[in-house]
Design a protein around this ligand. Structure first.
Ligand SMILES: [Zn+2]
Length: 75
């Protein structure tokens, strides 16, 4: 059933929008959202100090990157 109010000046036939035919079931909604989980961030291990670090980035604890000291850290 399509209800168009005559009292609302903005609700003419040209303003009809697409409306779902059926309610989305819980199962269908949950199946759709099965792919929406957050992924765990990627980690790698520093070659020098062995701490966890972001891949392809300077180690935050020792300032080491690809075989040389990049950051001047007070350690
Ligand atoms: Zn390190």
């Amino acid at each position: 059933m399509i209800v168009v109010s005559n009292l609302d000046p903005g609700a003419g036939d040209d303003e009809l929008m697409a409306v779902p035919k059926r309610k989305t079931s819980k199962a269908r909604k949950r199946k759709r959202r099965a792919h929406l989980a957050l992924a765990t961030p990627a980690t790698s291990v520093c070659d020098r100090c062995g701490s966890n670090k972001v891949p392809h980035a300077v180690c935050e604890s020792c300032g080491f990157y690809r075989g040389r000291d990049v950051l001047a850290l007070d350690a």
